[in-house]
Design a protein around this ligand. Structure first.
Ligand SMILES: *Cc1c(COP(=O)(O)O)cnc(C)c1O
Length: 457
């Protein structure tokens, strides 16, 4: 067997590339991709058979197994009726360019290896920083997702608190503490567990927002042990933005690192009518936003920004002899700013899409979704059998069906998926079952949502 067969440019290689590109082209441009649904492990094993063999199946058969057996067992998360969790909706340009990132073997960890790609990613990060009102010196890195983004930012915050305490000659607290709302995303609590720090979970108001007076009380009680306050710019459950302005103003009285978790919601700031809700974010010491959510990039991509990137670098640069040429320079290397070393330049699909369509197209897509959310919330309010759990702020609508128990929601949700109409799963709040629409796909229509509501009659 020719050892270079798998790597060489040859007619066989060309046929493989053509087959994969042809499939990708059809998939990206299809208008009728079904929602699809999971299969059991046993069923997949039966249908797909053994695919890893000594001799290989060949590309046509392997691709066929994928197209006809594996892909239909994966939900189409970009389907307009995929309305649970937080959907994704990559633009055509972003999806297509993701192929280029792979095709080019681009490495995005260091300036030495990926200067061009890193330059483009940094232009996107600078644009985001400007949108959010951060100083022009702000910077950061695209990481895998919000969970890694939050962990990386909080690790930098703790390192900063530790260095500051030592520089001031203060004793380190027996336990570091992270202040966040009880409604904060689970990834913040997960970060605290990994970092072995305590979480001070502050109750939110009846409106679901974390308010400044509650944060003030926590800061007064826990003092210098608090290394960071996390404010949420768009809760995942309800799409509610914390009182960022009030919380940020506490920085005038207390010395703390403000991290804004905007994984889902911070993108709404692109819509002029929503901007004011985020006032205060410009004082963040770090923030995240997930382009794989509302910035229409493919999985998986989180933008992590530091007000002063030096804090990220001090916490995260890896030192090793084989890396000396990378770390002994002033060149900007993305890997220095988060928990990762090897990285694909996962910000490039977003860069290409922004460069292709321009920012205005993004602003109007976000505005349209905010308007659709308000419209469907009014429709829900007008139906006697339905009740809004809270008025929506961004693009999540949470509502209850009068008289339904958990089992009713489960049955209804299963039927929606089995009939391939929609993915809408039960959720709960304060011990009561409900359901929610998380809307962000520009192809989702009012009529489609109304059709789903009609199935709850
Ligand atoms: C989705 C989300 C996260 C986690 O992001 P992943 O990309 O799923 O890791 C964190 N915080 C908020 C507010 C989110 O909506």
């Amino acid at each position: 067997m020719d050892a270079a067969r798998m790597h060489a440019a040859s007619p066989e290689s060309a046929a493989i590339v053509d087959a994969v590109l042809d499939y990708s082209r059809r998939r990206m441009l299809a208008t009728d991709v079904p929602l699809d649904k999971p299969q059991t492990e046993a069923e997949l094993r039966r249908l797909a058979g053994v695919t890893i063999t000594d001799q290989g199946l060949g590309a046509p058969r392997a691709l066929s197994v994928f197209e006809h057996i594996l892909a239909p067992a994966c939900l189409t998360t970009s389907h307009p009726a995929y309305l649970s969790f937080i959907p994704t909706a990559p633009t055509i340009a972003a999806m297509a360019f993701d192929l280029v990132v792979s095709a080019s073997g681009l490495y995005g960890g260091s300036w030495l290896e990926g200067a061009g790609a890193v330059h483009a990613e940094n232009e996107v990060l600078s644009w985001l920083a400007a949108e959010f009102g951060l100083p022009t010196t702000a910077g950061g890195v695209f990481v895998q997702g919000g969970t890694i983004g939050n962990l990386s930012a909080l690790a930098a915050a703790r390192e900063h608190a530790r260095e500051t305490a030592l520089a001031d000659g203060r004793a380190l607290p027996p336990r570091w503490k992270l202040v966040c709302s009880i409604e904060a995303h689970s990834s913040n609590k997960s970060a605290a567990r990994i970092m072995d720090v305590d979480v001070v979970a502050v109750p939110s108001g009846d409106d679901g927002k974390l308010h400044a007076d509650a944060v003030r009380a926590a800061l007064e009680e826990h003092g210098d042990a608090v290394f960071a306050v996390v404010a949420t710019a768009g809760s995942t459950n309800f799409g509610i933005v914390d009182d960022l302005e009030g919380i940020a103003a506490l920085k005038d009285e207390f010395d703390f690192w403000l991290h804004v978790d905007g994984a889902y919601g911070l993108t709404a700031m692109l819509a002029p009518e929503a901007r004011a809700w985020f006032s205060g974010v410009e004082r963040a010491d770090s923030l995240i936003v997930d382009p794989h959510k509302w910035l229409f990039a493919p999985f998986d991509c989180c933008a992590l920004l530091y007000r002063d990137p030096e804090h990220g670098r001090r916490a995260h640069t890896q030192h090793a002899e084989y890396l000396d040429t990378l770390t002994d320079t002033d060149a900007f290397s993305p890997s220095d700013y988060s928990i990762q070393l090897t990285r694909r330049p996962r910000g490039l699909p977003l860069w290409f899409s922004l460069a292709t369509y321009g920012v205005d197209a993004y602003r109007s897509a976000v505005s349209a979704t905010l308007a659709l959310t308000r419209r469907i919330a009014e429709e829900i309010s007008s139906r006697p059998e339905l009740r809004l759990v809270r008025d929506p702020q961004l693009s999540v609508v949470v509502f209850e069906r009068e008289g339904w128990e958990r089992a009713d929601y489960d049955r209804w949700s299963d039927e929606l998926l089995q009939s391939q109409r929609a993915l809408v799963v039960p959720s709960s709040h304060a011990g009561r079952t409900n359901t929610r629409f998380a809307i962000l796909n520009p192809l989702t229509t009012f009529e489609e949502l109304v059709g789903i509501l009609d199935t709850m009659r």
